[in-house]
Design a protein around this ligand. Structure first.
Ligand SMILES: Cc1cc2nc3c(=O)[nH]c(=O)nc-3n(C[C@H](O)[C@H](O)[C@H](O)COP(=O)(O)O)c2cc1C
Length: 490
């Protein structure tokens, strides 16, 4: 081979090596780019953009179906499905903790104790006061003007506030249309609730094999606010732990005004959503609407804060309360109670001695069995059928009573059905109903919500929850309760 040929071959080899190196480097860069793209793949939500303060998540506004379809198991009639639009807003990633609350309010009223547990046992008024004080501390404009029980909300102010009911449901659903943001069932590993009663157990009480999730743990307490997996938009415990106060008064949905709705302008009950540690799964559903007296403290109600997004509205929502309970005149009180094993009856008698009020026991024409297992089954059937057992005795002159002290045991997380018969028999418009409820640990369950739905134009006073017989403190608890509701002992 002559020298020229050798030189040409060497040149070809060098060019090939250099080209190979260039190609390899190019491939490496290309792979890197592809891998980066995989790393940056969109998460399962397009609605969360950024966080401002720690623990606040920006939710992009949008239009969604609020309420539940008629096919949803255990839905209630007030969950009318309708399209609602909400603007951008921020919402707390977690429920407000006890340490956050104490720092701002200087006290911790919670029933369970722990810095990272949600604050509970707070009234709706406590919650909005917290929002205003937090705004002041951070140099933001407080959104609420509080004048006793009358509250107005300046929607253009940039401070902290409660979410509206629509914002809450939009955020809880995080794009889902199923009963829960965990789809069609929720287990005790997904939420903190009365785990013995998973979704649908009432329907399947006599055949639990049909349940998607088997009965699980009932923790009987709140848990830390960052427990369990968050929903698709990064929010924790939208179902269970504590129910969360929303701004809105309870009322039928306004199907005309569906752009950033904020509920009726007047009412007696405020909405709370999501259910708590002692609620059955059906009351954790994204569309379930609980309504509670705003001055009522419960160990299963706390709250989560919100703030406007960028596109603020300039309107002011004035929210007038109509809570004159008419309880000044003790002569106009009726005590009406149902009791199966005597605990409620005992409380009713003490109340009667203290007030001198008229008293009536609500007896069904067909009494329940005196056997515990049998009554459980009978009550279960009654509830599934939404039965209205006929009552043996009636109030002749309901018109003369302003105030009804209504006693009952917690049965299956609500009122026994004979109490529903009583509430449907009379017109309680303008009257005050003050509940007292004996229970085995579930406190009121959703009984107050259900009373308010059965007696829609009544005013509901602060309820008394009695653990079984109420123990040695019962007399004093009853005195305090009467006093809190403006009733005098005789
Ligand atoms: C049919 C039935 C269902 C019950 N369901 C519940 C419940 O869901 N949550 C709860 O805390 N206690 C429940 N209990 C317990 C009662 O609320 C409790 O024993 C109460 O003190 C009974 O009041 P009474 O003696 O006036 O009937 C239930 C009891 C019965 C008989």
């Amino acid at each position: 081979m002559n020298k020229k040929v050798i030189a040409l071959l060497v040149a070809i080899i060098i060019v090939a090596i250099v080209a190979g190196i260039i190609f390899a480097v190019y491939r490496q860069e290309e792979n890197k780019t592809q891998n980066n793209n995989i790393g940056e793949a969109p998460t399962n939500n397009d609605n969360v953009n950024a966080e401002i303060a720690d623990n606040l998540v920006l939710i992009n506004g949008g239009t969604f179906q609020m309420g539940s379809p008629e096919t949803e198991m255990q839905r209630e009639t007030d969950e009318t499905l309708h399209e609602v639009t909400v603007s951008d807003f921020y919402i707390g990633r977690y429920e407000v903790t006890q340490s956050e609350y104490e720092e701002i309010m200087g006290e911790n009223p919670s029933n369970f104790s722990g810095e990272n547990l949600p604050v509970e046992n707070v009234t709706w008024y406590d919650a909005i006061e917290y929002c205003n004080k937090l705004s002041e501390k951070e140099g933001l404009t407080p959104v609420y003007t509080i004048d006793g029980e009358s509250v107005s909300w300046d929607r253009s102010a940039n401070g902290y506030r409660l979410p509206t009911e629509a914002e809450w449901e939009y955020a809880a659903r995080a794009g889902t249309e199923t009963p829960f943001n965990t789809e069609t069932s929720i287990s005790d590993e997904e939420a903190n609730y009365y785990g013995h009663y998973p979704y649908g157990i009432e329907e399947n009480y006599f055949s639990q094999d049909n349940l998607e999730v088997q009965p699980g743990v009932y923790r009987q307490t709140t848990v830390e606010v960052n427990s369990f997996s968050p929903n698709n938009w990064g929010l924790y415990n939208m179902h269970g732990n504590v129910a969360e106060w929303c701004f809105d008064y309870y009322g039928e949905y306004d199907l005309e005004n569906t752009n950033n709705p904020s509920g009726p302008t007047t009412g007696t009950l405020r909405i709370n959503r999501g259910g708590g540690w002692n609620d059955y799964a059906k009351h954790l559903r994204s569309s379930y609407r609980a309504s509670t007296t705003p001055s009522q403290k419960m160990s299963n109600i706390g709250f989560r804060i919100a703030r406007n997004g960028d596109n603020n509205s300039n309107t002011t929502v004035v929210s007038d309360t109509n809570r004159d309970l008419n309880t000044q005149n003790n002569g106009n009180i009726l005590i009406a109670y149902f009791s199966w094993s005597g605990n409620t009856e005992n409380a009713a008698q003490i109340i009667q001695e203290k007030t001198g009020a008229d008293i009536i026991e609500l007896n069904p024409v067909e009494p329940y069995s005196s056997n515990y297992n049998e009554v459980l089954d009978q009550a279960q059937k009654d509830m599934n059928n939404d039965a209205r057992p006929e009552l043996a005795n009636h109030v002749e002159n309901m018109d003369q009573y302003d105030t009804i002290l209504l006693g009952y045991p917690n049965w299956w997380a609500t009122i026994p059905m004979p109490v529903a018969s009583f509430l449907e028999e009379y017109d309680f418009s303008g009257k005050t109903i003050i509940p007292f409820c004996s229970h085995g640990g579930g406190e009121f369950g959703q009984s107050i919500t259900d009373i308010s739905k059965l007696a829609p134009n009544s005013k509901i006073g602060e309820g008394l929850s009695i653990h079984y017989s109420g123990g040695s403190g019962l007399e004093e608890d009853i005195s305090d309760w009467l006093n809190n509701n403006g009733l005098e002992e005789q």
